[in-house]
Design a protein around this ligand. Structure first.
Ligand code: P71
Length: 470
């Protein structure tokens, strides 16, 4: 693949700018409510940002999942939906886009990422097997556990240290994988679960060298390597920027090379692929594909639509092509960085280096007087909402859940509040408003108290848990 890499004006002139490679054609009004109304809304939501109505939110940084703005091309593609039950034209466009840019042979559309996680976990895990991975993700680990697997975190130690400046904090520690193999034997490993720009670590990338070494390790032991490709485009941007030998390669080339070291991938297309709903599963091995293709009709839908409408598959196919453009990736990460650099300048503790899709406030350092079982990151999310109507997401002890064997809370090292930036949605001025709100909450930190959990659901408790102020 030879690509002409378009240089932004900033790159052409050696200036700092990273301006968006698009202009705005349609706008959606935002709603602002008063402090009193926000107080009532927060109480009504049990201080859980997942339970707020979006009408009560001013700037919504809950997630970058399904919240991106589609392009005029994608919207035009929606009108070309072929809603045939079987063999939709749009499926073949999607298949072609995934084969071209991710390089996998066989693909299945799913309703979203966890649909794909469910299928691969059921087929590739035997009860009692281990799944080493570079830090857990909530839905990924839950599906692995529900299939009878045991997730083992094998990310490098630096990933658990919000102050470590390691350039590839998403890397797997090969020594930890070897230890696991030595203790239990290769047959006890279902597969290695590798994620691009590790979400819970702060959007931290994996290097090409690491995936190459992992491939060699897997070949030595006959173990499969599967990729969570959800934010792999953003990971490719960091490789281009930081890894020796990749500065002259396009995002598309880097993505394709990286995926080429893996045996398959699951995808939440709601992130990198720039759609509001959708996902896919892709593998190279035919026998594995046959099993997955059979199972998908039970849980998602026929194998040429999974859980998606024809129009959604078309938007995904177009979104994939748009997402791998170098100027897109650069401005996407550039906007996240703009917000992060402001906060660093103002002395607010955040996870560094700044990641790909979000700024992660380090609630442990932010509220050093609030113990972890009083939910510092949840508290910070509530305070940000009360200050300015900004919605963020807890990624700490509430998200970590409980150990299924002991029933005790998991106490994760990272206690973070995530300000997640949707793609192509907010402006630099919105980032300024956000930074000012964080600063105000930081300045008031010493008089802030923690929370107690008063309602706790069994699965993925953070979604529906309720809290009261202490
Ligand atoms: C995010 C989400 C959406 C989410 C999921 C669970 C709790 C809160 C928010 C979803 C991911 C993801 C990775 C790396 C798989 C999924 C599941 N992330 N892998 O970050 O980040 O995909 O949501 O399409 O089912 O807000 P899905």
């Amino acid at each position: 693949m030879t690509h002409h890499i378009p240089q932004t004006m900033g790159q052409q002139h050696g200036r700092r700018s990273w301006a968006e490679p698009w202009k705005i054609k349609m706008v959606e009004p935002l709603r602002m409510i008063t402090r009193e109304e926000r107080q009532a809304a927060a109480e009504g939501a049990g201080y859980n940002t997942f339970l707020l109505r979006s009408d009560d939110v001013y700037i919504d940084l809950l997630t970058d999942s399904g919240t991106s703005a589609m392009s005029d091309r994608q919207w035009a593609g929606m009108m070309l939906g072929d809603e045939a039950y079987a063999g939709s034209r749009n499926f073949y466009h999607l298949e072609d886009a995934i084969q071209t840019y991710y390089g996998y042979r066989h693909i299945l559309p799913t309703h979203q990422g966890r649909g794909a996680e469910h299928l691969i976990s059921r087929v590739a895990i035997k009860p009692g097997q281990y799944i080493p991975g570079n830090m857990y993700f909530t839905t990924t680990r839950l599906h692995q556990e529900m299939a009878g697997g045991i997730f083992v975190d094998v990310i490098i130690d630096e990933a658990h240290d919000p102050e470590s400046l390691h350039p590839f904090k998403g890397n797997i520690d090969l020594g930890k994988v070897e230890d696991l193999i030595n203790t239990h034997g290769a047959a006890a490993i279902a597969y290695i679960s590798l994620a691009g720009t590790v979400n819970m670590a702060g959007g931290q990338p994996v290097s090409m060298a690491n995936v190459r070494d992992l491939r060699a390790l897997c070949d030595r032991h006959g173990i499969k390597l599967f990729l969570d490709a959800t934010r792999m485009v953003e990971n490719s941007f960091f490789i281009q920027e930081r890894e020796e030998g990749y500065a002259g390669k396009s995002i598309a080339e880097i993505l394709r090379e990286f995926c080429g070291y893996t045996d398959g991938a699951w995808m939440s297309a709601k992130k990198d692929n720039l759609v509001n709903i959708g996902g896919w599963l892709a593998v190279n091995d035919w026998d594995l594909f046959e099993e997955l293709r059979n199972l998908i009709v039970v849980f998602e839908g026929l194998h040429t639509y999974g859980g998606a409408a024809g129009r959604d598959m078309e938007a995904m196919a177009i979104g994939i092509v748009e997402s791998v453009q170098d100027d897109h990736a650069r401005s996407r990460v550039g906007q996240v960085r703009y917000l992060g650099e402001l906060l660093v300048e103002w002395g607010v503790p955040i996870v560094q280096p700044i990641g790909g899709h979000a700024i992660f406030l380090d609630a442990r350092r932010f509220y050093s007087h609030i113990p972890q079982n009083q939910f510092p990151a949840q508290t910070l999310a509530a305070e940000l909402y009360l200050d300015s109507g900004i919605r963020s997401m807890e990624r700490g002890i509430a998200s970590a859940g409980r150990d299924p064997h002991t029933g005790d809370h998991y106490y994760p090292k990272l206690e973070l509040t995530r300000l997640t930036i949707p793609r192509r949605v907010y402006t630099q001025a919105h980032m300024d408003v956000t930074a000012e709100a964080v600063k105000a909450v930081y300045d008031a930190r010493e008089t802030t108290h923690g929370l107690k959990m008063v309602y706790e659901p069994k699965y993925l408790r953070f979604f529906q848990a309720r809290f009261e102020r202490l």
